[in-house]
Design a protein around this ligand. Structure first.
Ligand code: PLP
Length: 347
């Protein structure tokens, strides 16, 4: 089981979930404006939402400074990650990524015949771009970078990643998954959209599932060179899988900066609380730029997850760098208090 499949399994295993902190969702979303748009869209939902899809593409294009043919919509970014996995995995070859990272694209490409070339993180648990660059070879079909990285929450500095993209994209396409970019300071500066604008073969993925709180509404997109978009689109994406209600909600939420800022502020408050709890209990953690935090455990990860689950708190466990880890998503303050209560019983 990988990616959201593992999250789904956790949900199924939990009869009573008091604090759902295993899937990096935004517990406050969707916004009031998005909910209003959904309600209003219901009556019109006998119609295919062609016009709204076009409208949404035009708005993103304007915001990102590209033309509409640089954009591919999906029912969640997963639809496009999957199409990309097929495009870049079906002829064998390898997909290169950090390890651990968000495994969905690489695992899916594996089912189509590609191998997964893993590069260990640095000692600070961030992408090791130098090591990754050295690993690019004729077998590589795609390079995947998750920034901020899931599950570690680390980022690579924009300038460093920009020069990596510039050099590597001349040899192989670089897929930059920016699912959590809204949580970093100055996302525009941190984003690799500029590489696409410069004509580099870089694919930037975004999702509404995180800061916009749309995980159940399923909206995402990629921005890439028109020729790359054409290739990916053969295997998925394009908007026909997006509901009229969801696209209307996305149109309402895209410009709702007040709500986005609120969600970011709430996330920061809960994260500070979590850091404090971890410190008080004598635990270290990886400083996170996203809506989840990874910290090393002092007990078996699976046992920890099961014990937390018994207490109604869902988290994910990992094992890497010879260490057991917990990844806890940032929830509401009440949910974080439930996490803290359960955690203190086990720490
Ligand atoms: N990319 C990253 C890094 C993720 O963590 C996730 C989900 O957690 C996704 C993509 C998939 O998101 P969605 O299909 O909801 O857009």
């Amino acid at each position: 089981l990988f990616g959201f499949q593992a999250d789904a399994r956790l949900a199924a295993d939990m009869p009573v979930i008091k604090a759902r902190l295993f899937a990096n969702e935004n517990p406050f979303g969707p916004s009031e404006k998005a909910k209003k748009a959904i309600t209003e869209a219901i009556n019109d939902s006998y119609m295919y939402p062609f016009m709204d899809l076009q409208k949404f593409i035009a708005i993103i294009a304007k915001e990102e400074g590209v033309t509409a043919d640089h954009i591919l919509l999906g029912a969640g970014s997963s639809e496009i990650l999957m199409a990309s996995a097929y495009l870049y995995g079906m002829h064998g070859g390898s997909v290169l990524s950090a390890d651990p990272s968000y495994s969905y694209l690489m695992e899916t490409a594996g089912t189509y015949g590609a191998t997964w070339e893993k590069v260990a993180l640095t000692k600070d648990y961030a992408h090791d771009l130098e090591a990754m660059e050295k690993k690019v070879n004729e077998k590589t079909s795609l390079v995947y970078i998750c920034n901020p990285n899931n599950p570690t929450g680390t980022i690579v500095p924009a300038a460093k990643l920009a020069s990596f993209c510039e050099v590597v994209s001349k040899k192989k396409p670089v897929f930059v998954d920016e699912a959590y970019i809204d949580y970093v300071d100055n996302p525009k500066k941190q984003s690799m959209m500029e590489a696409v604008r410069k004509g580099q073969n870089v694919i930037v993925a975004r999702t509404f599932s995180k800061v916009h709180g749309f995980a159940g509404l399923r909206i995402g997109y990629v921005v890439a060179l028109p020729e790359t978009i054409k290739q990916i689109k053969k295997y998925g994406g394009g908007g026909m899988n997006i509901c009229a209600t969801s696209i209307k909600a996305a149109l309402a939420s895209y410009t709702d900066t007040e709500y986005v800022n609120y969600a970011i502020k709430k996330n920061a408050e809960s994260k500070e609380f979590l850091y404090k709890v971890l410190k008080e209990e004598g635990y270290e953690y990886i400083p996170s730029y996203a809506n989840f935090v990874m910290f090393p455990l002092k007990m078996d990860g699976k046992k920890f997850r099961e014990e937390m689950m018994k207490r109604g708190v869902g988290i994910r466990n990992w094992e890497f760098s010879n260490q057991q880890w917990c990844r806890v998503s940032i929830g509401t303050m009440e949910q974080m208090q439930l996490f803290a209560e359960a955690f203190k019983q086990l720490s």
